[in-house]
Design a protein around this ligand. Structure first.
Ligand SMILES: Cc1ncc(COP(=O)(O)O)c(C=O)c1O
Length: 398
């Protein structure tokens, strides 16, 4: 009998761990030692805002009807038909492309959406391109379904897509490319020109390798773009494109796990892809996002995200002032609630350890496949940002 409790792959995953998780644990220790108010924790991208008032309205209306038989029961695996209709209309407006409800499924967050998508389209050993720095979980979302993530470094000068390098990374096994704009962790927002260039490259590459390469727009931060910057939609540029996102960040509903996949209506064979996605949602055990979450989400679709944007804009400006005054080198994020300044001295892990000594928690950019920087999430209260100025100054002085 084997003594192993878990698979060797899982043992390796756990031992490598997530740097975000490690900082989370370091934060617990520091809080115990110095008190919760002494620690400035910028490590987690967990939106700290309340959901819009519409969520309370939806909850109250649902509570009134909870004696209806079956109200919390199973539903079609793609989500409630009425909820898909609503999301499709909202998404069509946002993306500038008419997306019918038949081309939308509801998923357990953007994470569930990616897993359902990769489960549906990947053959064993298929490669998925993305641009580094990237959201570290992409590695697992692809590996979960037999795929391999192939990160390609961004354009060094502005964190944009390096289209030539992406083209050079295409192989006969390439199946998809993930574009995450606004980008976690670096805050870049890709321009129309960049998206058009990536789309043209993928069209050529698909023809060259004789295989469909999907373009996945992962957009959970679409609503968070600053200074009036527009986040262009990828759908008009590429037929084999899907949009994946969730209501985690815009409506402060990360724990409700409601997300979606919207498939380009121009895609050939979209019906079969939808059948596959719905099947995957079921057999991966998500089945569909929770009933309550769907009701809350549907009501929130009419809510403005401007109040949240105003709060994050204020925090972004506060943190930019602190970092600039302390002498850090950074590009202010054009979107998301993350800064990614350069690590003074160049060693991101060493510098993050130094910041922790000053009771400021950040995440080394090595965790995002792009060493030499550190990520700060400003999904934190203003007072945490204010308090952090001294720690940032102390750490950079060495
Ligand atoms: C870039 C990116 N994609 C996907 C996700 C997963 O989002 P969700 O919580 O909706 O599953 C996150 C969460 O932080 C993210 O930052």
């Amino acid at each position: 009998m084997s003594a192993s409790v878990i698979s060797s792959a899982m043992e390796q995953n756990i031992s490598q761990g997530s740097m975000i998780r490690r900082m989370f644990e370091a934060g617990i220790e520091l809080r115990k030692k110095y008190g919760a108010d002494a620690v400035c924790d910028f490590s987690l991208g967990n939106p700290d805002l309340a959901p819009p008032a519409e969520a309370a309205r939806a909850m109250a209306a649902l509570a009134e009807r909870l004696d209806t038989p079956g109200i919390l029961g199973y539903m079609p695996n793609g989500g409630f038909a009425w909820a898909r209709e609503k999301v499709a209309a909202w998404l069509s407006d946002q993306q500038g492309v008419a997306i019918p409800a038949s081309h939308v499924i509801l998923t357990c967050g953007a994470a569930g959406a990616m897993n359902s998508f990769f489960h549906t389209v990947l053959e064993p050993g298929d490669e998925v391109l993305t641009i580094a720095p990237f959201f570290g979980e992409y590695r697992f979302y692809t590996a979960n379904h037999g795929g391999v993530l192939r990160p390609v470094p961004c354009r060094a000068e502005d964190f944009g897509p390096d289209v030539e390098a992406l083209a050079a990374a295409v192989t006969p096994k390439t199946r998809a490319l993930i574009l995450n704009s606004p980008n976690n962790p670096c805050g870049a927002v890709y321009s129309r020109e960049d998206i058009a260039a990536v789309a043209a490259m993928l069209k050529d590459a698909s023809a060259r390798i004789g295989r469909r390469i999907y373009l996945i727009a992962d957009e959970p931060y679409r609503f968070l773009a600053y200074d009036g910057i527009e986040v262009p939609s990828v759908l008009p540029y590429y037929e084999d494109a899907v949009v994946i996102s969730s209501f985690a960040k815009n409506y402060g509903m990360a724990g409700e796990r409601v997300g979606y996949i919207g498939v380009n209506p121009a895609m050939e064979g979209a019906g079969l892809l939808m059948d596959g996605l719905i099947f995957s949602n079921r057999v991966l055990g998500f089945v569909n996002p929770p009933v309550v979450g769907q009701y809350l989400m549907a009501e929130c679709l009419s809510a403005s995200t401007d109040p949240a944007l105003a709060i994050y804009t204020r925090r972004r400006n506060m943190l930019a002032d602190i970092l600039r005054d302390a002498g850090y080198e950074f590009t202010a994020p054009r979107g998301t609630f993350y800064f990614m300044p350069k690590a003074p001295g160049g060693d991101d892990k060493a510098f993050v350890a130094k910041l922790a000594e000053s009771l400021v928690l950040a995440v080394p950019s090595s965790g995002f496949g792009y060493p030499g920087y550190f990520r700060l999430s400003f999904a934190v209260e203003d007072k945490v940002i204010e308090r952090s100025a001294e720690g940032f100054r102390k750490a950079i002085k060495g």
